[in-house]
Design a protein around this ligand. Structure first.
Ligand SMILES: Nc1ncnc2c1ncn2[C@@H]1O[C@H](COP(=O)(O)OP(=O)(O)O)[C@@H](O)[C@H]1O
Ligand SMILES: [Mg+2]
Length: 325
């Protein structure tokens, strides 16, 4: 990954330079990445439990011993929820944010969520390439047109997500509009419309609803949203929305991206920051969703709670940095 290479370079200032460091070499402060939206987020994760968790995953994949056994996910679920509640209080106390901070954060998360959500579905654009496409309007040579369209479309859906976050409702129309925005450049006819054909999830034996059942299922799903929200912790609620949508799989494609937008809408409405599922954790993401097929939602809720905590930690760090700037 480009990110890993960059991180390594930044950590290695060069031989014998300790005593002869010039002013130009100095600004290798890792947190710079947080105040410049679009700079690879991994750069700024160097010391976080989360990056240790990712490294642990890589060790596991290579069959090497885990050098970082105590990641954030090692914490007991109840304790993690308590920590999330505590961090939420801290975040709420930092608000209202300045216009400058709001803008910086929005652009930062636009790149982060667009990149990660599309990459989870096989989009080949890296985070830096996504930034170049969205912020500079430049295409990436040799990369599929579709991948560019997906980035631009998702960025537009992201704007709607922010708008909808100011309300306290989630409706069926919101779900359709989110899908429409990120999908219409890919397939205008299907964008914002329920599928009219049967689909299967690759790698899963889950029997998905037939097309003629979808309208009612989605109407019921949307009608149940507020009741579900009322008696549920916001993180669990966000997870249940994600699970509910992908289990109906109402669209011919783009169900995962819609589910992640919907999940983030629920989180934003409750005051949480945007939560990203990093592509490197795709196997865990898919495995925990698989468990939901047999009615076990816990692993997915647990995974999401880890991701939320990490996002909160990053958000607080980022805000403190913006304040100092
Ligand atoms: N076993 C499963 N059960 C429920 N949902 C799943 C399962 N496996 C994958 N998914 C979800 O389905 C998504 C893929 O569906 P798809 O319609 O292709 O969405 P997208 O085009 O956004 O990837 C995944 O991102 C994930 O959210
Ligand atoms: Mg897909």
């Amino acid at each position: 990954m480009g990110a890993a290479r960059k991180t390594k370079t930044d950590k290695t200032p060069g031989k014998n330079k300790t005593n002869t460091r010039t002013a130009r070499e100095k600004p290798q402060v890792v947190f710079v990445g947080w105040v410049k939206p679009g700079i690879n987020r991994w750069l700024s994760c160097l010391n976080s439990t989360y990056s240790k968790q990712i490294l642990a995953k890589k060790h596991q994949q290579k069959g090497e011993p885990n050098k970082f056994p105590k990641g954030v996910c090692a914490m007991k679920f109840d304790n993690r929820i308590k920590e999330a509640d505590q961090m939420l209080r801290e975040i709420l106390a930092m608000r209202p944010l300045s216009k400058h901070a709001l803008k910086q954060l929005k652009e930062y998360y636009r790149i982060g969520l667009t990149y990660s959500s599309n990459a989870l579905e096989g989009n080949s654009l890296t985070e830096s390439e996504t930034k170049v496409v969205l912020e500079d309007g430049i295409t990436i040579g040799g990369k599929p047109l579709k991948d560019h369209f997906e980035a631009i479309g998702h960025s537009e859906a992201f704007d709607l997500l922010y708008k909808l976050a100011r309300q306290q409702t989630i409706t069926e129309r919101h779900i359709l509009d989110l899908h429409k925005l990120f999908y219409f450049r890919i397939d205008a006819k299907q964008a914002g419309h329920y599928r009219k054909v049967g689909v299967v999830i690759t790698g899963s034996t889950l029997a998905l609803p037939r097309p003629q059942e979808i309208k009612k299922l989605m109407r019921d799903f949307a009608a149940d949203v507020e009741a579900k929200r009322a008696g549920t912790h916001p993180i669990e609620f966000a997870a249940l929305l994600h699970i509910g949508l992908v289990s109906i799989h109402p669209f011919i494609d783009g169900n995962g991206r819609t589910a992640r937008l919907l999940m983030n809408l629920a989180l934003l409405q409750a005051g949480y920051p945007i939560t990203i599922i990093p592509p490197v954790l795709r196997p865990d993401y898919i495995d925990t969703l698989k468990a939901t097929n047999t009615g076990d939602n816990k692993p997915f809720i647990n995974l999401l709670s880890c991701m939320v905590c990490e996002s909160q930690r990053d958000y607080i760090r980022l805000l403190k940095n913006l304040d100092e700037g």
